[in-house]
Ligand binder design. Sequence first.
Ligand code: NDP
Length: 313
Amino acid sequence: MKEKARCLIIGSGPAGYTAAIYTSRANLNPILYSGMEPGGQLTTTTEVENFPGYPEGISGPEMMEQLKTQAQRFGADIRNGIITSADLKSNPKKITVDGQTEIEAETVIIATGATAKYLGLADEAKYAGMGVSACATCDGFFYRKKPVAVVGGGDTACEEATYLAGLASKVYLIVRKDFLRASKVMQERVLNDPKIEVLFNCNTAGLFGENGVEGAHIVRHMGEANEEKFDINIQGFFLAIGHKPNTDLFKGQLDLNEVGYIVTKPGTPKTNIEGVFAAGDVADPIYRQAITAAGSGCQAAIEAERYLSEKGL
Ligand code: NDP
């Protein structure tokens, strides 16, 4: 099946939905594909307290529903589907959805976001869905009154540890360095929470358990003279060690940086290919906030509109 679009938006986080709001209001009749995780990363968070306009805060999933409804109100065509290939160099650009539908799009806005990283231990795969998770807010509920661990020392790890402390019986925070890199306020929350024990200078060597995670093998001061090995008893093992941008589909076409983020012309959402724009975390290794993603979605929409009118499309 073939279809034509003036503007195709890939991704349904704050960047994608904001691009959809702006492009639909500009009569570009955008089609948006939601991708693997409809609503994006914010659907895996609890309370969003820092998005302007919500003085009492709002839950991540609720906010994403509202953005979706707002885009649909102006006619954005929001669909479930995963982009399986993209030829961005042709004009119009050719995008295949679910290996079947081919969309010929004059402009493409890439807002595919970023995905949680894992340590790479075989045990993470072995216990997937059986104690291993990269989303405390999605899965924390299953560990009420049970001991758990969170890996990482950044804001995500501290946020997740604090969240889990409200549910679990005990939370270990496994930090590979001797400090937390999270912001001061997040660090203080963690360090002052009696339910959280921070294991500094520690790495995870593996997990164990019969029918699910029952514990983790920890190595303190790995490879050093004072190396020490011990086990902790946990039933949930949560990864919070950063993210990988979702750009595999565009390798070899778009300019990407050394870790895979889309490189845009400074201060704009323009990629190295005319008519292709990037918005949100997929092009932002630095700020990675809902509000900055929404802002760049708006910029991408305005640039798509300008491109179409300049080309008379
Ligand atoms: P970060 O990159 O900031 O932190 C990743 C953490 O994981 C670091 O402590 C890092 O250790 C650790 N880590 C990475 N790889 C491994 C590994 N293989 N083994 C063990 N530990 C590892 O990612 P975050 O997801 O925490 O945050 C990303 C961005 O989002 C930041 O800019 C953050 O400020 C922001 N953010 C803001 C929030 C808020 O304001 N509410 C909430 C969440 C995130 P090391 O320090 O040794 O490198």
